[in-house]
Design a protein around this ligand. Structure first.
Ligand SMILES: NC(=O)c1ccc[n+]([C@@H]2O[C@H](COP(=O)([O-])OP(=O)(O)OC[C@H]3O[C@@H](n4cnc5c(N)ncnc54)[C@H](OP(=O)(O)O)[C@@H]3O)[C@@H](O)[C@H]2O)c1
Length: 214
């Protein structure tokens, strides 16, 4: 079971939809049961029956084997602190890119720990934190038949967890999981999202990332 904390936003719903389309059972989490149900309804029509369910964040964190964290950076630390027990021993996939938006410019927020993912590992020392999917556009994920022509760079200090998430990235139509090394490298992937969003504004496009030469 794959769960999404903060799954009601476009990124959580988009990834949940793609994994459901690939045959996984997913749970969309929220701080509010009504919002979770609304989010499930918004994507279920495109997915196999029964493959997407909803619930409260803490229930989903407790009941999932792999837990995605898809909240805005402002809610990242308090959300994870509140779920420490439920996330003990679990694979926690952090998709958060800490960004600020001001006067047409997107900028990366400097995180004391180095990156959102490293902050997650500091808050959750007993969880297997993996950083991934920060560069994948939610808008594209939410169009079920659109191929995601992109690499997904996956960083973690836990090799086995990292391999599982690379395999998960590979089941999304068009996407390719790439081993991005240690969790320390997550900062480069998170920060690169700011550049991609600024490029998107210039070209009025959905840019993404592909690694060549490997
Ligand atoms: N959007 C993209 O294209 C994209 C692409 C790559 C990565 N990301 C990353 O993915 C994450 C989610 O993006 P998004 O656009 O889906 O975000 P979002 O819509 O702003 O937020 C996702 C969900 O998080 C919950 N939430 C909001 N504020 C919160 C808080 N202070 N504390 C706890 N929960 C809170 C809300 O769910 P409830 O109210 O239902 O609890 C909300 O629906 C972000 O960190 C972003 O950097 C986004």
């Amino acid at each position: 079971m794959i769960g999404f904390v903060g799954g009601t936003g476009p990124e959580g719903r988009g990834l949940a939809l793609r994994f459901a389309l690939a045959g996984e059972t997913v749970m969309i989490g929220s701080r509010d049961l009504g919002r979770a149900e609304e989010a499930v309804n918004s994507v279920s029509e495109s997915a196999p029956p029964g493959s997407i369910r909803g619930g409260l964040n803490d229930q989903i964190a407790a009941n999932s084997d792999i837990v995605f964290v898809a909240v805005p950076f402002a809610g990242h630390q308090p959300t994870l602190e509140g779920l420490r027990d439920q996330l003990d021993g679990k694979i926690v996939v952090d998709v958060v890119a800490p960004l600020t938006f001001s006067r047409g410019q997107v900028s990366a927020i400097v995180v004391d720990e180095g990156s959102a993912a490293q902050q997650a590992q500091a808050i959750l020392p007993n969880s297997r934190v993996v950083a991934a999917f920060q560069n994948i556009s939610a808008e594209d994920l939410l169009i079920p038949d659109r191929a995601i022509d992109s690499d997904v760079i996956v960083c973690s200090n836990d090799s086995e967890a990292k391999a599982q998430i690379i395999a998960l990235a590979n089941i999304i139509n068009g996407a390719r999981g790439v081993d991005g090394g240690k969790l320390e490298n997550a900062r480069y992937v998170e920060n690169f999202t700011a550049l991609l969003l600024n490029i998107n504004r210039i070209y009025k496009a959905h840019s993404t990332i592909k690694i060549v030469g490997i």
